[in-house]
Design a protein around this ligand. Structure first.
Ligand SMILES: Nc1ncnc2c1ncn2[C@@H]1O[C@H](COP(=O)(O)OP(=O)(O)OP(=O)(O)O)[C@@H](O)[C@H]1O
Ligand SMILES: [Mg+2]
Length: 497
């Protein structure tokens, strides 16, 4: 997904910028060619000039002439030749006398550099290396040099004056447009290339960060598919708004699922209530008779060996069934709660006071974190005790080889919350959806009523019970409001008789 995006962005950048870049590069190339041709043309012109000057100088006969007289003749040749080439100026350097003779538009210079004005001396310094090079190598040299207010072309040619070696040079100020054009083209190319690189880098960056965000959302949605309680981490910008909307949607879905589940449970419990109350009632009487008869048998036939043990088994099973029936009836036809102002810490303490020994026997370590400023709640203390006991028992039963139970109470904005955490094996998602269903059990001797009763009692109080579970243990959290508005939370059953 992000790779496709990257490809498209890079393609857009390349397609939209590659043509301007190619045109600029071509413009540069052809501009440079035009410039080169123009310079070659100027150079040829100067070669022509110096050819003529060289021919003129060869004619000079130096025999017996002093320096000044020779200079005059040289200057004459220069001026005559240069007069035919406006814009070109030049000079001759005579190494023999170390004098420089200047002609053309440079005529304001004296031939002695030491008396030249400052600009003249600086100018001479620029072309001096060109003259020297021609003198040293004995070959024509052409260079672009910095000239007073601009750029110029200098061409130097070794010549002979009266049999002596000398160097003649011609020079011309170049059209400023040539230099400017070159600078402009250089900048145009530089800026277009930079623009191209910046656009490419931006495309890579945008597609990268967008791709990462999209991937995070994609992974989050995968996770959400498995676990509706998962929330996508917040993100900046538009993707963040999408994330917030997805999280909101998930929250709504979860709420809907919870309500549906509650509704289903209410319907199931109502139907079950009618049935169980009737069956339980019917079973109670024969069970009473079985129990009574077994007791009489034990008394009347106490001389029969082994009978007492058998009767004990009958009585034990009858008692167990009686307990189940009592729980069933309690569940199907719960007594209305006796609401009082109670402190849940105190209720917990009383449950723990008689459970501590039992916990010790089962190698369960108890950790309590009871909030000292827990507000009072309106609740039926006995029923809440039953909830806590059931949760405690389940936690112990989940850790057959021992472990730790952590009980925590804390004040919440609308009441109190009590949580029971264990270090058992956790609960599978499949089992989690049935935990609060009556008769759902994974234990050979369980009734599967413990959590159903807890749920019934808590909802009767206007609170709720939730479970958080993973691979390492589960936490059951009971939340109770400060004072419940009585509501039929789907837990109160009406058995009908
Ligand atoms: N703390 C826990 N850790 C792991 N599984 C649990 C825990 N609490 C409950 N369960 C699972 O939920 C099932 C239902 O619990 P519930 O208390 O309703 O019934 P039970 O404990 O099986 O039977 P009873 O409470 O009647 O003895 C249990 O059988 C068990 O599989
Ligand atoms: Mg139980």
């Amino acid at each position: 997904m992000s790779r496709g995006l990257l490809f498209r962005l890079v393609a857009i950048v390349v397609v939209s910028l590659v043509f301007p870049l190619a045109f600029t590069a071509y413009g540069l190339y052809s501009g440079a060619r035009v410039e080169r041709l123009a310079l070659e043309e100027r150079e040829r012109q100067m070669q022509r000039v110096l050819g003529e000057v060289s021919a003129g100088l060869r004619e000079i006969n130096s025999g017996g002439k002093n320096g000044d007289a020779l200079d005059r003749e040289v200057r004459g040749v220069l001026n005559r030749t240069l007069a035919g080439y406006p814009g070109i100026r030049g000079g001759v350097f005579l190494p023999e006398t170390q004098r420089t003779v200047i002609g053309g538009e440079l005529k304001w210079y004296d031939y002695r550099p030491e008396v030249w004005p400052k600009e003249g001396r600086e100018l001479f310094r620029e072309r001096d290396p060109v003259i020297r090079e021609a003198l040293d190598t004995g070959e024509a040299v052409t260079r672009r040099i910095v000239m007073y207010r601009g750029e110029g072309l200098v061409h130097a040619l070794p010549v002979t004056v009266g049999g002596e070696k000398a160097v003649a040079w011609a020079e011309e100020v170049l059209q400023p447009a040539i230099g400017q054009d070159r600078v402009l083209r250089k900048w145009a190319f530089l800026l277009t290339t930079m623009g191209f690189l910046v656009a490419l880098a931006s495309a890579l960056y945008i597609s990268g960060s967008l791709g990462r965000g999209v991937n995070r959302i994609k992974n989050g949605l995968e996770q959400l598919k498995r676990d509706l309680s998962y929330r996508l981490p917040p993100m900046p910008g538009e993707l963040g708004q999408i994330v917030a909307a997805i999280n909101q949607l998930a929250q709504g879905l979860m709420e809907k699922e919870r309500l549906e589940e509650q509704l289903q449970r209410s319907a199931r419990l109502a139907a079950l209530g009618h049935l169980t109350a009737g069956v339980a009632h019917e079973m109670r009487n024969p069970l009473g008779i079985i129990r009574g008869t077994a007791q009489i048998m034990a008394q009347e036939y106490n001389h029969v060996p082994g009978l007492a043990e058998d009767v004990a088994v009958i009585l034990e099973q009858a008692d167990r069934q009686n307990r189940v029936i009592r729980e069933l009836l309690d569940f199907a036809r719960p007594a209305p709660p006796l609401m009082q102002e109670i402190n849940l810490n105190a209720i917990l303490e009383s449950v723990l006071s008689f459970s501590r020994k039992f916990l010790e026997q089962n190698q369960v370590n108890l950790v309590t974190q009871l909030s000292p400023d827990l507000p009072q709640v309106q609740a039926d203390g006995e029923k809440i005790k039953q909830v806590f006991l059931n949760l405690l028992l389940n936690a112990v039963e989940a850790m057959p080889t021992g472990g730790t139970i952590t009980i925590e109470t804390l004040a919440t904005p609308d009441g109190v919350a009590v949580s029971f955490g264990d270090t058992g094996p956790g609960i599978s998602p499949e089992a989690r959806s049935h935990l609060f269903d009556p008769f759902y059990t994974t234990k050979s001797d369980g009734t599967g009523l413990g959590l159903a009763i807890c749920h019934q009692i808590v909802t009767m109080h206007g609170g709720n019970i939730e479970v958080e579970t993973g691979d390492r243990g589960s936490v059951f959290r009971v939340s109770l409001p400060r004072s419940p508005e009585r509501r039929d939370a789907g837990g109160t059953l009406d058995p009908g008789d």
